[in-house]
Design a protein around this ligand. Structure first.
Ligand code: A4P
Ligand code: MG
Length: 190
């Protein structure tokens, strides 16, 4: 769903400040992957979207369709997955903090020792500008995105030409080359 002009266009725009001078307005753009497999999964998705929309200096530009996907890892219940594009004036670290705060506010509990377990909501930063970030707390592009149809299918609705800054290929090429046998189907078209 197209919500407004592309973040990349806006990034380049100039805006007049309250003082009357023209200053460069340079929000960042990011793609966020959302996943839920506990409780009312669709309602969780919509609540998360609302909370992202309310983050300071952040705006949702596009939302993908919703998909239902077979779990990868320890979880037993199928996930609802989607991807959104945002523009924000937050740094990548700050955005991560804010997304984690949304997960916590929505009641997500992390189970020690359980990798890829069930969760009310998971918000992952897939891309942040064209940055490559390799910190313990934040890895961008998300290190697993190229292996996941539940990320690539919704991402390709929004940005099929998006070049992965580390792998140097587009999202649609990654999707076309994906070998995963995990099932995924469309739940709600955007
Ligand atoms: N972290 C590092 N990079 C990032 C990033 N780009 N975005 C750190 C968000 N967080 C990032 O994440 C653990 C730590 O990763 C965070 O504290 C953050 O500092 P977490 O959300 O606490 O735990 P997690 O989500 O269980 O771990 P992980 O490894 O991030 O898992 P993923 O990649 O999120 O995968 N199957 C289906 N069908 N659909 C799904 O959505 N999701 C997962 C979780 C597994 N299986 C799934 C799905
Ligand atoms: Mg996560």
């Amino acid at each position: 769903m197209e919500v407004g002009a592309s973040g990349r266009q806006l990034r380049e725009s100039h805006v007049a400040s309250a003082m009357g001078e023209v200053r460069r307005h340079m929000p960042h753009w990011a793609f966020i992957g959302l996943g839920s497999n506990l409780g009312d999964r669709k309602a969780n998705y919509f609540e998360a979207i609302e909370r992202v929309q309310k983050l300071p200096t952040t705006r949702i530009i596009k939302q993908s369709s919703l998909y239902e996907s077979e779990p990868l890892g320890d979880a037993k219940t199928w996930f609802v997955n989607a991807v959104i594009e945002i523009e924000t004036e937050s740094s990548a670290d700050d955005l991560l903090k804010r997304l984690k705060a949304i997960e916590t506010a929505m009641g997500r509990k992390r189970v020690r020792g359980k990798r890829w377990g069930s969760r009310i909501i998971d918000l992952d930063i897939l891309f942040f500008d064209n940055e490559i970030i390799s910190k313990r707390t934040l890895k961008v592009p998300h290190p697993e995105l190229q292996n996941r149809k539940f990320v690539l299918a919704p991402l390709c609705e929004l940005a099929p030409q998006m070049i992965h800054p580390k792998l140097g290929v587009s999202a649609s090429e990654l999707l076309a080359g994906l070998k995963s046998t995990k099932k995924i189907h469309l739940l709600r078209a955007s």
